[in-house]
Design a binder for this molecule. Structure first.
Ligand code: GDD
Ligand code: MG
Length: 320
């Protein structure tokens, strides 16, 4: 069986991090975002097709260097074709029922259950669904039982037909390809509304679900993973205090207070008198002395200068 991962978006909401790293390769604890998806695939998936465009060379080099235990096929779009166009562009690889993923989703969804549900219900496809208080930033479905009878992509606030959203993980029949016109096409805006009469079903699940596309949701995804058993402490500490669940991998902590929900990757460091809460320090990121850091994403090599207080910021390495 094949799985398709849509991984060609530009990650604009995570700039400046996505100026140097494509979103699917941004680290979430111990591995890049996209590897959380690949590692969750059922065994029967032997081939992963990645629809890429933005920064495809970095993705290519990552998959050349990492053996994921499955055949990996990268298919490039010269110009981004949209989520629907991207699926059509890989059609030569899709000859049977396939999984399809937005490349920025972290969830507790059981893919075997989703597939079994799809096989039981038949039809052209099954969307996983998640309930949220404010659905306006997502695709929203109208349901009749387990059948999707309406689809609205990013409805204006107050106009959503339900609080059930498209969770961005699908199972499709290859017949879907007959309904995607050529060119730049949105799966959500153009294709879904046109296939409602072909048997499109919705599968609800419980647990956790996060679209990691914004700094705030990226940190939420990290918190979910930490709360679900992915914490680790391999920090080098000198008089440092660690609070709550964190992922600390060969980071240097000196006379600081860290946690909860901090990820600090190899080569990062935090100096005396600083506190760091609910943040990411990617490789080599440095927090100086007497700093306050909260809800921040520090890219590889990024620095917070002595005495600075930063909250809710995304910081990248600045060329001196
Ligand atoms: N190959 C390719 N080409 N991939 C693309 C393109 C493209 O032109 N455009 C977007 N993608 C990829 C992105 O990299 C991402 O993995 C996925 O498609 C979804 O794009 P986002 O930009 O993250 O969309 P969104 O988060 O605003 O909305 C989507 O996800 C929501 C759930 O998280 C929609 O599918 C919504 O309906 C859904 O609720
Ligand atoms: Mg997204």
């Amino acid at each position: 069986m094949k799985a398709l991962i849509l991984a060609g978006g530009m990650g604009t909401r995570l700039r400046p991090l996505t100026f140097s790293t494509p979103k699917p390769l941004l680290p979430l604890l111990d591995r890049p975002m996209v590897m959380h998806i690949i590692d969750s695939l059922p065994e029967e998936v032997d081939t992963v097709v990645l629809a890429v465009s933005y920064m495809k060379d970095q993705l290519e080099s990552f998959f050349r260097q990492h053996d994921c235990g499955r055949r990996i096929v990268l298919v490039n779009e010269e110009e981004p074709l949209g989520t629907g166009g991207a699926i059509r562009n890989v059609r030569q690889h899709l000859d049977d029922t396939f999984f399809c993923f937005n490349g920025d989703i972290i969830s507790s969804l059981d893919l075997r259950d989703l597939l079994a549900f799809h096989r039981r219900h038949g039809g052209i496809g099954t969307l996983s669904l998640w309930q949220v208080p404010d659905p306006s930033a997502f695709g929203v479905v109208g349901m009749d039982g387990e059948r999707i009878i309406d689809f609205q992509e990013k409805p204006a606030p107050g106009t959503a037909i339900s609080d059930l959203i498209n969770a961005g993980v699908y199972v499709f029949q290859p017949e879907l390809l007959d309904h995607i016109p050529s060119g730049v096409v949105s799966l959500e805006r153009k294709v879904f509304p046109s296939i409602l009469d072909r048997g499109l079903h919705g599968y609800r699940f419980q647990g956790y679900w996060v679209d990691c596309g914004t700094p705030e949701s990226y940190l939420r995804a990290q918190s979910e993973l930490l709360e679900h058993g992915r914490s680790m402490d391999r920090a080098r500490k000198r008089e440092a205090k660690v609070i709550g669940l964190n992922y600390l991998d060969r980071t240097d902590l000196n006379g600081c207070v860290i946690g909860p929900h901090v990820c600090a990757l190899p080569g990062s460091s935090i100096s005396e008198g600083s506190t760091v809460e609910r943040s990411v320090l990617m490789e080599g990121a440095k927090v100086g002395r007497g700093c306050r850091v909260k809800d921040c994403l520090l890219g590889p090599g990024a620095q917070v200068a002595d005495g600075e207080a930063v909250q809710g910021r995304v910081l990248a390495f600045l060329q001196p």
